[in-house]
Design a protein around this ligand. Structure first.
Ligand code: ATP
Ligand code: MG
Length: 657
């Protein structure tokens, strides 16, 4: 277990496996494993075939142009309209009456929107945006709650060949302005407010503040378009601000979509900033839509005629882009869109929505699953969830404990779980089981999707052996790959390509097990080095969550005089465990980790806390915990969902030491 090759010491977590049921496999669209080797033989041809399932105005003749790496071009001589692929195409196929969106507002208001209606709304919005001067290549910032107009806005921008930059509605005025400035957006689309946790969360006032900031840069924004959602009192600036519902009445639903080149930029999306200054990830049209739709179809075994799909992600994240907007709509799926939070008015809300709409495919994040586990299985058990047939997970490694709960309690002990690894930069899923084919292993994302080449390598870029850990790389270009960092191609090259040349460096650690399945071990920045052993945060956290008293855990490496780094753990106990004193919990859990993984991983300290610092997409910000554990000033907390949580943790730790 030495560290000569820059690999990660690793420990098998879970060996229990779950093959697809005969019944599921029989009905699955992909149930012949030859898809893997056929794609591997000629990945470009595989992707070209997937791309031809879209509607091209001018068919492409060239698949991949990699003559100027790492700047890829896919299907470059083809032209298409992304929005028409998500809308008009389905109408032409006679599917106009199919429900596109079952919208559920947090206060309980609902809307059912068919593909014909959605198309009509997008065409009107496209006409409205045209008259506001939006044209190909222009940037439009979207700062919206999860309401249908958010999706309509994205599609209307796409329809005009312009570029959207969706900024999550929870971000501050400073964060919003920084993103507006970076993209030089001329139009902002927002709403008066959205409903969150039973209250109105105002949005327009934040836009006003963002635009009023005197930060030394000239403001690019000329117009602000405001959707009326919550009716809260807001001010409208004459000559700049317009009400959506007043403007839209002047425009009809006649709009012919123009075709744009496959490499026309589609959107900029800033990564969440778990690790530092946000990067404007640029995605383009044909390749992105190909992989978003293909993976959405294959990984969820989508049957667009009968499935009711629900992805709980906000459109402010890449998951909302690829698996609420572009993937599902390109596939003509029927989906649920929910505005609010899972605990409003109570923790039964999600399960009630699933029962009401007969949701068959649910795609959510481990953090949400752990929050539901903490509340207890008696809540979902009050609802009929028998419609569920596929479950998905994204955003972090899912702990085996959470995986089993998800399958047993939400999936009736039978639904396959697809643990999908991908990033803002990859645009679409890269590693995931296929539910009709893969024998599942809780906690492992397992295998690259057909047409994707991934390896786990050491610091020199050499593939590690089975049973070893290292760094995750993508070995060949893929259609939905990031094309550049907006305005900063040098940073693009530096961040992802400098380390291994023409292999994409994902920044995540991973382990290959004896079968060659991939286990994600967390970000490379989070890997710890204890007495010369490289340990993964993910594995230690999974061991902690595997203890019956623990609801959630975060682990960091803090500098230590004797061992270089020492393991410091922060845990949230399950509600019924508050009788355990912090000292008892610490002693018990240190021993538990030592037993589960080995003495080397025994935490130096275990702190019981009520909350963990998370980004607004629900990811633990370990760098802040590392600051606290090392007694440093806490770093930049602007992307935290709740900025007070770090103060509480710092105080807690000081009183303990
Ligand atoms: P930033 O790059 O700004 O720090 P971020 O990496 O959190 O932010 P995303 O692109 O939303 O932004 O997240 C991608 C990351 O999430 C991956 O690199 C990986 O660390 C983690 N991740 C996503 N899905 C999975 C999964 N199924 N298993 C393990 N990790 C996952
Ligand atoms: Mg990242």
């Amino acid at each position: 277990m030495t560290d000569q090759h820059g690999t990660i010491d690793s420990h098998p977590l879970d060996t229990e496996t779950y093959p697809p049921s005969a019944e599921f496999a029989a009905q699955a669209s992909l149930n012949d494993s030859s898809v893997y080797w056929r794609a591997a033989e000629d990945p470009e041809n595989y992707w070209a075939q997937e791309a031809r399932k879209l509607q091209w105005s001018r068919p492409f003749t060239e698949t991949l142009d990699w003559s100027n790496p790492p700047f890829a071009k896919w299907f470059a001589d083809g032209t298409l309209n992304v929005a028409a692929n998500c809308l008009d195409r389905h109408l032409a196929a006679g599917l106009g009456d199919r429900v596109a969106i079952h919208f559920e507002g947090e206060p309980g208001d609902t809307r059912t929107i068919t593909y014909a209606e959605l198309t009509h709304e997008v065409k009107r919005a496209a006409n409205m945006l045209t008259s506001l001067g939006v044209k190909q290549g222009d940037r439009v910032a979207i700062y919206m709650p999860m309401i249908p107009e958010a999706i309509v806005s994205m599609l209307a921008v796409a329809r005009l060949g312009a570029i959207h930059s969706v900024v999550f509605g929870g971000f501050s005025a400073e964060s919003l302005r920084a993103r507006i400035d970076d993209a030089q957006a001329e139009l902002v689309i927002t709403a008066d407010g959205g409903n969150r946790k039973g209250r109105v969360s105002a949005l327009k006032p934040t836009v006003d503040d963002a635009l009023a900031l005197q930060n030394g840069t000239e403001l690019s924004v000329k117009r602000v378009l405001v959707v009326q959602r919550t009716g809260n009192d807001i001010s409208m600036q004459e000559g700049r601000d317009l009400w959506w519902h007043e403007e839209i009445t002047s425009y009809d639903g006649e709009h012919t979509a123009q075709a744009f080149p496959a490499e026309n930029p589609l959107f900029i999306l800033y990564t969440s900033g778990t690790t530092g200054r946000p990067k404007g990830i640029l995605h383009t049209s044909g390749g992105y839509l190909t992989q978003a739709s293909s993976t959405h179809r294959n990984v969820f075994d989508l049957k667009p005629e009968t499935d009711v799909y629900w992805c709980t992600a906000d459109i402010g994240w890449i998951t909302g882009h690829s698996y609420v907007v572009y993937g599902p709509l390109a596939n003509g799926a029927t989906q649920v869109v929910y505005e609010g939070t899972p605990e409003t008015p109570d923790w039964g809300r999600w399960w009630q929505i699933i029962e009401k709409y007969g949701v068959t495919i649910l795609y959510t994040a481990p953090t949400a699953i752990r929050a539901c586990m903490k509340v207890g299985r008696q809540v979902p058990e009050q609802h009929d969830l028998s419609s569920i047939r596929v479950l998905g997970s994204v955003g972090e490694p899912i702990n085996p404990e959470a995986w089993r709960w998800y399958r047993d309690v939400i999936g009736a002990g039978t639904a396959p779980i697809v643990d999908t690894w991908w990033q803002t930069e990859t645009g679409a899923m890269m590693i995931s089981p296929l539910p009709g084919l893969t024998t599942l292993k809780p906690g492992s994302a397992q295998v690259p999707l057909p047409g994707i080449s991934i390896a786990v390598v050491d610091d020199e870029g050499n593939a590690v052996d089975r049973g070893q850990g290292g760094l995750l790389v993508v070995q060949r270009p893929w259609p939905s790959m990031v094309r550049t960092i907006w305005g900063d191609p040098d940073r693009f090259v530096e961040t992802y390509w400098e380390k291994f040349g023409d292999q994409y460096f994902a920044g995540d650690g991973a382990r290959l097990d004896e079968d060659g399945d991939i286990w994600l071990l967390g970000r490379v920045d989070d890997v710890m080095n204890v007495s010369g052993h490289r340990l993964s945060t993910t594995e230690i956290e999974s061991a902690l969550v595997g203890h019956h008293a623990v609801a959630e855990a975060a682990v960091v490496g803090a500098s230590d005089e004797t061992t270089g780094q020492a393991v410091v753990a922060f845990v949230i106990l399950k509600s019924q465990q508050h009788l355990l004193t912090p000292e008892e919990a610490e002693q018990e859990l240190r021993g538990h980790v030592a037993q589960a993984i080995g003495a080397i991983a025994r935490p130096r300290q275990v702190f019981v806390v009520n909350e963990l610092p998370k980004t607004r997409s629900g990811k633990i910000m370990r760098r802040l915990l590392r600051d606290a554990a090392e007694g440093r000033e806490i770093g930049d907390t602007t992307t935290l969902a709740d900025t007070a949580v770090m103060q509480t943790i710092s105080l807690r730790m000081r009183s303990d030491q």
